[in-house]
Design a protein around this ligand. Structure first.
Ligand SMILES: [Zn+2]
Ligand SMILES: [Zn+2]
Length: 384
């Protein structure tokens, strides 16, 4: 590599250049030497990198003053370990400086695909389970609409499962540069490679069993083990059942996102279970014991006397039971108490309620208030 040139010289600037000058000049150089306009031109690539580096240093006030005083030894740039031909780092900087506004002039963000093996994409499927399965855990065998790989080629699609060849047209990149001559000059745009349809690899002798599709035609059957205590949104991973990788890269993973059905009695809030309990009025006043179902067995609940409408009773650690990396986790079981007004009553109940009605006064506080208000309204009564 030639000796490093002075940053100001690189951008044709004087020492007192403003930030606007620097940006303007860099834009000009970047357009001139942009790798999309100068494919396979190492000289332009170096110039582009040089300009990017100068820009990075000179637009950083601290780095600029260090550079002014001590020269190159005063600044340590992130370019120092970058090879001239390594565009990915330079392009990252380029995009971070101009965002999409300038890079879009070159046909969008430059696709940088690694040329080596690449893992396939992950897939996500929603899977509904019952409230009970979420509480207790379950094992499910699921027919998923994903094809089993062909046995003959192991899903690769080539004869006897030979690894595909790197596309000679795009050399594995999946994209090619196409130059167009226009009134404004030559413009280069990138297009998906036609030979490999953007895959970067081609199969010259396809598998005879699956005709190159790599699929067996049969759906995958997957065994899903749902751990106890899961909630909606929980994801289960099945390794290697996602999309096929590139260039013999491994397959992606398949995720099942669980959607838990609601329950008619138990409502879930995190690890707590909340229920609404209706109790007869006498139990609310006098207190009493009741047996309440929980997913982990019936629980005897002591209802304290003078329990008010809407009071919440808490059964500690009787909620969701779930294994975590720190051990078992227990939520609480919360009971919201309501008074029940019976819609039908027996003769005995009617008799007792009638007796009660006769002896039971209005609530004391209200009765006092009523006495005063009734007296007042008598006095103020207007006769028309
Ligand atoms: Zn290609
Ligand atoms: Zn096959």
């Amino acid at each position: 590599m030639p000796e490093k040139r002075d940053y100001y010289e690189v951008l044709d600037l004087s020492k007192d250049a403003t930030e606007a000058d620097i940006k303007k000049s860099f834009r000009k150089k970047a357009m001139q030497y942009h790798p999309d306009r100068n494919p396979d031109d190492p000289e332009a690539a170096n110039k582009f990198k040089e300009a990017s580096e100068a820009y990075e240093i000179l637009t950083d006030p601290e780095k600029r003053s260090a550079y002014d005083r001590f020269g190159f030894s005063g600044v340590e740039s992130r370019f120092s370990n970058v090879n001239a031909g390594d565009f990915s780092s330079v392009m990252d900087i380029f995009n971070s400086i101009f965002g999409d506004d300038l890079s879009s002039m070159f046909g969008g963000r430059r696709a940088r695909r690694p040329t080596g093996p690449q893992k396939g994409s992950d897939l996500l499927m929603n899977y509904g389970i019952s409230f009970e399965d979420a509480i207790y855990g379950a094992t499910k065998i699921i027919d998923v609409p994903i094809k089993k790989p062909c046995l003959d080629c192991k899903g690769i699609g080539s004869e006897k499962g030979e690894p595909p060849e790197t596309c000679p047209e795009c050399k594995g990149a999946g994209i090619v540069m196409v130059s167009q001559r226009t009134a404004f000059g030559v413009f280069s745009t990138q297009q998906a490679c036609r030979r490999c349809r953007g895959n970067g690899e081609i199969i010259t002798s396809p598998c005879k069993i699956c005709r190159g599709t790599g699929d067996s035609g049969e759906n995958e059957r997957i065994k899903l083990v749902i751990p106890p205590g899961v909630d909606s949104g929980f994801r289960l991973r099945v390794r290697g059942k996602g999309e096929r990788g590139r260039l013999s890269g491994p397959k992606g993973d398949l995720y099942f996102r669980l959607i838990v059905d609601s329950h008619s009695f138990y409502k879930r809030q995190g690890d707590n279970i909340i229920v609404e309990l209706s109790i007869p009025y006498p139990i609310a006043v006098l207190g009493g014991d009741m047996v309440v179902p929980t997913p982990y067995g019936p629980e005897k609940v002591k209802i304290p006397k003078k329990t008010k409408e809407g009071n919440v009773l808490r059964l500690s650690r009787k909620g969701i039971q779930r294994k975590t990396q720190y051990g078992m986790n227990y939520g609480d079981f919360l009971i919201i108490v309501h008074y029940a007004i019976p819609s039908k009553i027996s003769e005995t109940e009617k008799e007792l309620l009638t007796q009660l009605k006769d002896v039971m006064p209005l609530p004391k506080k209200q009765e006092k208030q009523f006495q005063k208000l009734i007296e007042d309204s008598k006095k103020n009564k207007v006769n028309y």
